[in-house]
Design a binder for this molecule. Structure first.
Ligand SMILES: [Zn+2]
Ligand SMILES: [Zn+2]
Length: 260
């Protein structure tokens, strides 16, 4: 696992189970070269995100660890930020107030419905319509210019909810917008442990990402030390089969190539 970077992990400051330092030590033990923290930041008050007033604590803890473990592992400071249409100015101010290396933009809400934790509204719309609503939000997130990485691109499939008809056009439109706005997509291996039992994006969507020449980060979405770099051997195989020869890293919101 040498030389590999895991660019999506949570700590006790949001909904993870370990401290940043525990995550760092476990990452070093796994032989990772680089990690990116990405605790949840959400403008809506939810129990799974860091409280806005605690952001300075997150910043100082990560900066301390960057120096403490310099020479052993590269530590990057990111957040997983919920996208809400119409609140771009607030999101922009928030991002600019934090010394971040990268920002993952994730869609976890359709309106007020937190669809990746609350299953109660599935079936309210035909699945095709649900997919359209979700991917239109992803498109708006990409167009907003706020983010570096689109988080778990097809997380709407989490509970094995799939469109009734072929949605390739919707997927391709979304990827064109992601490419036009110079974003990276993460290959999030956490999806394999959800009911959908595949990475996000899944193999077909990842092939489309490659077709549109969209760079990728590698991410475990770890919420505890045992999940760090989960399924990365398989992910590296999938990336190689798809054609990817490199992944992306970030420094101070500037992209860097990491050869595989
Ligand atoms: Zn997420
Ligand atoms: Zn996450």
């Amino acid at each position: 696992m040498m030389g590999i970077a895991d660019y999506h992990m949570h700590s006790v400051l949001s909904d993870g189970q370990n401290s940043y330092e525990e995550m760092v030590l476990a990452s070093i033990a796994k032989g990772l070269d680089e990690i990116g923290f990405s605790d949840h930041v959400c403008l809506k008050p939810v129990e799974w995100a860091i409280r806005i007033e605690d952001i300075p604590v997150m910043t100082s803890q990560i900066i301390d660890l960057k120096f403490k473990y310099e020479g052993q592992i590269k530590i990057k400071y990111g957040i997983e930020l919920d996208y809400f249409p119409g609140r771009e100015d607030e999101l922009k101010d928030l991002i600019e107030s934090i010394p971040l290396d990268f920002v993952i933009g994730s869609v976890h809400f359709i309106g007020n419905w937190n669809f990746d934790s609350d299953q109660s509204m599935y079936g309210k719309w035909p699945n095709d319509k649900l997919y359209t609503k979700y991917f239109q939000l992803v498109q708006r997130a990409a167009r907003s210019g706020l983010f570096d990485i689109i988080g778990h691109l097809d997380i709407i499939k989490k509970f094995r909810v799939y469109p009734e008809t072929n949605q390739d056009l919707l997927f391709e439109d979304t990827l064109k917008i992601i490419k036009e706005h110079n974003l990276v997509v993460e290959l999030n291996t956490g999806g394999l442990d959800h009911p959908c039992a595949e990475f996000t994006p899944g193999p077909k969507l990842l092939e489309l990402c490659y077709k549109y020449n969209i760079p990728v980060t590698l991410s475990s979405d770890a919420h505890r030390t045992a999940q760090i770099a989960r399924h990365f051997e398989m992910a590296l195989e999938v990336l190689a089969q798809t054609g990817y020869k490199e992944i992306t890293g970030f420094n101070n919101r500037t992209r860097r190539i990491i050869r595989l």
